[in-house]
Ligand binder design. Structure first.
Ligand code: BMA
Length: 309
């Protein structure tokens, strides 16, 4: 069937994009990107990845009542540990936070960049300002760790992206206590010839639906002028997420606008979280060109149905 979205994106870009740029940051910084939403009784906060002028990344908090217009706290909320057991692991910064609330606790999985490369780490917060580190939970060479919003068969579950043979695939792992992880299985690999043929990783915490876990992921295509990061969807089995029920052929968002094409890393739309309103409107937050944070929307029905056309 000929897709209704041929030649354009399923997601609708917010007219006010980019929602947050470095000009909105109330302290010196190089750039801001890859923010993850946290729903609060007062609205939607974003935990932002900020790259300082020194070159490494840390997190700041942006607050909003409408999920579109944000005000950023005057000081960063989480910076790389400089003493204690996490210091060595975060020596080159902390990146790409993803928030999931599980059984009422707000967890942040993030990338800790240490001397041997990126590892997945886990922290939790009660007030979005103070973060308690729990553990580093992967070996080096892993990124894009995201917790599922509930246990699966009595165990916590996460998606992540170990780099095997230089090509990252999405994997699932399980844990009884959030610290010890195992029973890892591959979920999806890059697809030769497609928009996601070089590398893929989970982007948004899996969304539970009656049909399965809806996963919004990123896929990379390598070109002669570098990678292109796009966003797509897959549906995973509720009891066994390593089983892919279906996977969208086409991306739902591709870099097209100037703010997605031009920046520190060109041609990047890198989602890090989504919020679904009571009216079934989905807001997806994504980093554009590693230089700003943008918002794109669609209806839940579009994500579940049209995205797989
Ligand atoms: C990925 C991550 C993201 C980044 C993206 C595009 O590997 O490191 O933080 O936005 O590359 O540069």
């Amino acid at each position: 069937m000929r897709s209704r979205y041929l030649g354009r994106d399923l997601l609708h870009r917010w007219e006010g994009n980019p929602a947050i740029t470095v000009d909105d940051i109330p302290f010196r910084a190089n750039t801001v990107f890859n923010g993850t939403p946290i729903e609060t009784p007062d609205g939607i906060n974003l935990l932002l990845r900020i790259e300082g002028q020194h070159g490494y990344s840390f997190f700041a908090l942006a607050r909003s009542t409408d999920g579109l217009h944000f005000k950023i706290d005057k000081k960063p909320v989480m910076v790389p540990a400089r003493k204690g057991p996490f210091a060595e692991e975060e020596i080159k910064g902390i990146e790409d936070p993803r928030v999931t609330v599980v059984e009422g606790t707000c967890y942040v999985m993030y990338t800790a960049v240490g001397p041997c490369g990126p590892r997945i780490a886990l922290a939790k917060t009660e007030d979005y300002v103070n973060y308690e580190r729990i553990a580093v939970i992967s070996e080096p060479g892993n990124k894009d760790g995201i917790l599922f919003p509930r246990k699966i068969k009595d165990r916590y579950a996460r998606l992540d992206r170990p780099i095997g043979l230089g090509r990252g695939s999405i994997w699932v792992s399980y844990s009884p206590d959030l610290v010890h992880w195992g029973d890892s299985e591959v979920v999806m690999a890059p697809r030769g010839g497609y928009w996601d043929d070089y590398r893929i990783g989970a982007s948004v915490a899996p969304i539970e639906t009656e049909q399965g876990w809806l996963e919004i992921y990123h896929g990379v295509k390598m070109t002669s002028s570098g990678p292109i990061y796009r966003t797509g969807v897959a549906l995973l089995d509720l009891d066994n997420p390593s089983k892919v029920i279906k996977r969208g052929d086409s991306p739902i968002l591709s870099p097209r606008e100037e703010y997605e094409r031009i920046g520190d890393v060109p041609n990047v739309c890198f989602a890090c979280g989504a919020v679904i309103s009571d009216h079934d409107e989905v807001k997806i937050y994504y980093g554009a060109a590693d230089t700003s944070i943008c918002v794109a929307t669609c209806t839940f029905k579009q994500l579940l149905e049209d995205a797989f056309e």
